[in-house]
Ligand binder design. Structure first.
Ligand SMILES: C[S@@+](CC[C@H](N)C(=O)[O-])C[C@H]1O[C@@H](n2cnc3c(N)ncnc32)[C@H](O)[C@@H]1O
Length: 235
């Protein structure tokens, strides 16, 4: 491990807005703020918005600056990446930003029913060979359903045609509510301050000339979700 990474890990320990619970304390067990993020951490009743696989946390930090009336939590397993967002949020003394270092697979340990109002998934690994590991697989959507408010929004921004088509097919197959599907946000007329934030990976993909896609949808309901046929989305 490089000197910089070790230094970041050390500094991460000093950030009060970064939570890094040991795996054994959250595996099938509740994190101490589950159900009390509003009361015991943010000290307000504002909506909570998550960024999953946040990397350096560009969306979490930029949205927290733009929307002081909402709370933002970035989640990723990589501490050296999270350091960037946690450091900026700490230096700017942001009262409405937090980060969690954990595996998203254990996300139900962190949030209670109805505690979260929106989820952003920004440039996740498309996992071409392993559907269940996709952050928009029905396995993960079923987990998010446990804590996303009724009417809550899910946003997926990706360069991956496969992940975009797969997620769209799953939304249609499971009769979820699709609010927007955009196959090329910068090539379309769409100008939206929400979508104009560019993450680290997004900038790399833009340099390669890849179109950036966007989906916004809801996952309300309690009907069991099932995977769409691969032939309905594979290119
Ligand atoms: C391609 S990067 C994108 C990072 C950032 N959103 C961006 O756009 O620059 C994907 C991120 O998701 C994280 N990730 C993938 N699967 C994860 C999981 N199951 N739990 C936690 N983090 C995960 C990785 O650590 C990585 O930082």
């Amino acid at each position: 491990m490089g000197k910089d990474t070790l230094q970041r890990f050390k500094e991460n320990e000093t950030f009060t807005l970064l939570h890094q619970p040991p795996f054994e304390t959250i595996f099938r067990r509740d994190f101490h703020l589950k159900g009390s993020w509003h009361k015991d951490f943010f000290h307000n009743t504002n909506p909570i918005v998550l960024e999953l696989g946040c990397g350096k946390g560009e969306y979490t930090v930029a949205l927290a600056r733009q929307y002081p009336g909402k709370n933002f939590i970035g989640i990723d397993i990589k501490g050296a990446r999270l350091w960037r967002g946690a450091k900026t949020a700490t230096m700017e003394q942001m009262p409405n930003a937090a980060f969690i270092r954990t595996r998203i697979d254990c996300i139900e340990s962190f949030f209670a029913a109805g505690e979260v109002s929106e989820i952003w998934i920004t440039f996740p690994d498309p996992q071409p060979k392993n559907v269940r590991k996709r952050l928009t697989s029905t396995l993960f959507l079923s987990r998010y359903r446990h804590f996303l408010q009724a009417g809550g929004l899910l946003h997926l921004k990706t360069d991956s045609q496969l992940l975009h088509e797969y997620t769209k097919a799953s939304i249609l197959h499971n009769r979820l509510e699709l609010l927007e599907a955009n196959a090329d946000i910068y090539g379309s007329e769409r100008t939206d301050e929400l979508l104009s934030i560019k993450t680290h990976y997004e900038q790399l993909f833009l340099k390669q000339g890849l179109p950036i896609t966007y989906l916004r949808f809801r996952i309300d309901g309690d009907r069991r979700l099932s995977e769409p046929e691969a032939t309905s989305y594979e290119l």
